[in-house]
Write a protein that binds this ligand. Structure first.
Ligand SMILES: [Zn+2]
Length: 282
């Protein structure tokens, strides 16, 4: 990896190319962030109806929503976006953050996720250069963005993302790309077990649930990518930032003490920062 870092591609054209590529991926991630939770909810509704042997007739009439269909549209007036209205960042600026049809404000989520994705894409390029490691680092970074945004919006870390992320981390580390395989396997196991233990301790002491099973799986996935040695640091950084943000939010009156905040975004942020910090040391 030393040679890769030494041969940093400072080529500005390549950086611009990756930034644009990142914006396009970001606009795809936006679709997943909005639609995956809706799809999951529809699926759970159908399954629970099946279990309870309730009539599912009214569910059959719903138009199925997938990642690719229907095409992107305004959630307010349902008008399908034209190609020109669907260009990452550019359209948002040209339309001044409003739907071209009904003037409904466009959620800030769209440009934020696009810019964030473009940034992590360029950072990965600068750190790993043109290599197979870069591809893995990008997949890892994109998965974290999905988990961060979906958990922030819905307090949900879908198995559809956490479980493949865990397996991918183990597979990538078969060749020790980011951590020796042994550390990765131990990381996956201890990641899950440690938060599980904290969860039960917290529940026994306070009678409340401090986090969800999604958090255990997410930390297991981070352990598979980073190795078990990094997990204490991930948990400390995530917890301290969660505490810090909660206190600020309570002081500003944005939330109350009883309102739970999603832990996933902090795990994602801490996992991301420590991933890049630890791989820059190699
Ligand atoms: Zn509209």
């Amino acid at each position: 990896m030393m040679e890769v870092v030494a041969a940093l591609p400072a080529n500005p054209l390549l950086i611009i190319l990756f930034a644009v590529y990142g914006l396009i991926i970001g606009s795809f991630l936006n679709v997943v962030i909005v639609r995956l939770p809706i799809q999951l909810e529809a699926q759970w509704q159908r399954e629970s109806h099946d279990h309870l042997q309730l009539d599912t007739h009214h569910l059959d009439n719903q138009t199925p929503l997938t990642i690719v269909s229907p095409r992107s549209h305004c959630p307010q007036c349902q008008t399908t976006l034209t190609f020109g209205q669907n260009i990452p960042i550019v359209s948002f600026i040209l339309l001044r953050g409003r739907c071209g049809h009904c003037e409904a404000p466009i959620s800030l989520q769209y440009p934020s996720i696009e810019l964030l994705t473009a940034s992590v894409t360029v950072i990965a390029l600068l750190q790993f250069g043109m290599s197979l490691t870069l591809v893995y680092a990008l997949l890892f970074s994109y998965a974290l963005i999905l988990l961060l945004a979906i958990d922030y919006r819905h307090q949900l870390l879908p198995d559809y993302i956490t479980i493949p992320l865990l397996w991918m981390g183990l597979l990538v580390n078969l060749q020790g790309h980011f951590s020796p395989l042994e550390s990765a396997v131990l990381g996956a196991a201890t990641g899950y077990a440690s938060l599980w233990a904290v969860f039960w301790l917290f529940k026994l002491v306070t009678g409340r649930e401090g986090m969800g099973y999604g958090d255990f799986k997410f930390l297991a996935a981070l352990g598979a990518w980073l190795g078990w040695q990094m997990l204490p640091l991930v948990v400390v950084v995530a917890s301290v930032s969660a505490l810090f943000v909660s206190i600020i939010a309570i002081l500003l009156g944005l939330t109350t003490r009883s309102q739970p905040i999603a832990f996933g975004p902090f795990l994602a942020g801490a996992g991301y920062a420590i991933f890049y910090w630890s791989t820059s040391q190699i």
